[in-house]
Design a protein around this ligand. Structure first.
Ligand code: RB5
Length: 156
């Protein structure tokens, strides 16, 4: 399994810690930067990681900025991306099982590295349950594609 990772300058240190952690767990890591602590803009890295997941070059993605908010908003603008911001493991797990999230984001100013590792582990261990959740994810896809006909047929 290949994991894309990216951050902004605020998330850089935690990104390096999480990249090492992922390698220890046996994942292949594709680091999209940044590679220095120079001030940068989070949308650039949100976009790069999201595009690599959306295109299938990587299976899943992890994004880190100060809060996880800006970088996840940027990622969610890329077609096919369902990015979640998590500060605790329960939402991370459920976001995979129910929402089939393909990008996990968190904030280096919000959580510490040990909690971040726990969240990453829960998220990666969980998988999409399908069933009734599949219809709901398909409704999200219909909104993304602005296919209101399909959306109306699916939505209860
Ligand atoms: C950078 O100062 C900060 O705005 C960024 O890391 C992130 O928290 C944005 O959502």
């Amino acid at each position: 399994m290949k994991i894309a990772i990216g951050s902004d300058h605020v998330g850089l240190e935690l990104k390096l810690t999480i990249a090492e952690f992922l390698k220890e767990l046996g994942y292949e890591v594709d680091d999209f930067g940044p590679f220095s602590a120079e001030r940068t803009d989070y949308p650039k890295y949100g976009k790069l990681v999201a595009q690599s997941v959306s295109s299938g070059s990587n299976d899943l993605g992890i994004l880190i900025c100060g809060t996880g908010v800006g970088i996840s908003i940027a990622a969610n603008k890329v077609k096919g991306i369902r990015a979640v911001v998590c500060s605790e493991p329960y939402s991370a797990k459920l976001s995979r099982e129910h929402n089939n999230t393909n990008i996990l984001a968190f904030g280096s100013r919000v959580i510490g590295s040990e909690l971040a590792k726990m969240i990453v582990k829960e998220w990666l261990s969980a998988s999409f349950e399908g069933g009734r959740h599949e219809r709901r994810v398909n409704e999200i896809k219909a909104i993304e594609e602005q296919n209101l006909e399909v959306f109306e047929k699916l939505a209860k």
